[in-house]
Design a protein around this ligand. Structure first.
Ligand SMILES: Nc1ncnc2c1ncn2[C@@H]1O[C@H](COP(=O)(O)OP(=O)(O)OP(=O)(O)O)[C@@H](O)[C@H]1O
Length: 223
């Protein structure tokens, strides 16, 4: 699904990530950890071709990202759902329409029942007409997750999805991510929360990637 061979990433000539080699297999569940500023968000951006590597080879769905044109990247992004760290919404549109936005962008019809089911799955059926500023942090994160999966992506990337949530809400979100993985989706979650990782490991065979000293390491099973 995602294959890196000696991938490097620089900003302004300074190398942030070096020599990253990894294969993320379909259906796998990974956490991505590392100190603040280590490059977790940058790594995720490479995985959805928001950034191009400055060195090495990065294959997404079997294609070298350097060979992708704009249309290819647009197609690829439909296969990768992203929950961003600061999940942004269009504040003047109700939640329902915000969640459905990727469908209209992709030129696909909205199936009202499908949308209703999706909002029900994230526990927001009652807030369908609410405006984003009226939602709590946990509700926004679940709405962002619904929006990220509405195009049925193969991969779900989540950047600190539980960053501002209390433990109960973090577990609720984790349950949704585990469910997605059980449906066959590949899941990568950037997080600082070791308790979240422990909780996930009790439910799925999650692996832990760690960025440290510019390198990507696959951590042992001892977290
Ligand atoms: N567009 C950019 N141009 C220059 N430097 C950048 C850019 N984006 C990120 N950086 C720098 O790269 C480093 C890594 O940033 P990144 O957001 O990937 O880290 P992170 O591990 O996700 O951090 P955090 O855990 O705090 O969210 C930071 O020092 C950041 O300032």
């Amino acid at each position: 699904m995602i294959e890196l061979r000696s991938v490097a990433m620089s900003y302004g000539g300074t190398e942030l990530l070096s020599d990253m080699t990894l294969k993320l297999m379909a259906g796998s569940f990974h956490f991505l950890t590392g100190p603040s500023g280590a490059g977790k968000t940058t790594f995720l951006k490479l995985c959805y071709a928001e950034l191009m590597p400055s060195g090495g080879q990065l294959n997404l769905f079997g294609q070298d990202v350097r060979d992708l044109g704009r249309d290819d990247i647009a197609m690829l992004r439909r296969r990768v759902g992203v929950v961003h760290q600061d999940c942004q919404f269009l504040d003047h549109l109700p939640l329902l329409e915000n969640v459905a936005l990727p469908l209209s962008v992709a030129g696909r019809a909205v199936d009202p029942q499908e949308l209703k089911d999706l909002l029900g799955w994230v526990g927001l059926a009652g807030q369908a007409r609410a405006l984003p500023p009226q939602l709590s942090g946990g509700e926004r994160q679940r709405a962002a997750l619904a929006r990220a999966v509405i195009l049925s992506p193969d991969i779900l990337l989540a950047d600190e999805p539980t960053g501002n949530l209390d433990w109960e809400m973090s577990l609720r979100l984790l349950t949704l991510l585990v469910e997605l993985n059980r449906m066959g989706k590949t899941v990568v979650i950037a997080t600082h929360d070791l308790n979240l990782i422990r909780a996930a490991k009790a439910q799925v065979p999650a692996r832990v990637l760690r960025i440290q000293n510019r390198r990507l390491h696959l951590a042992g099973a001892d977290l």
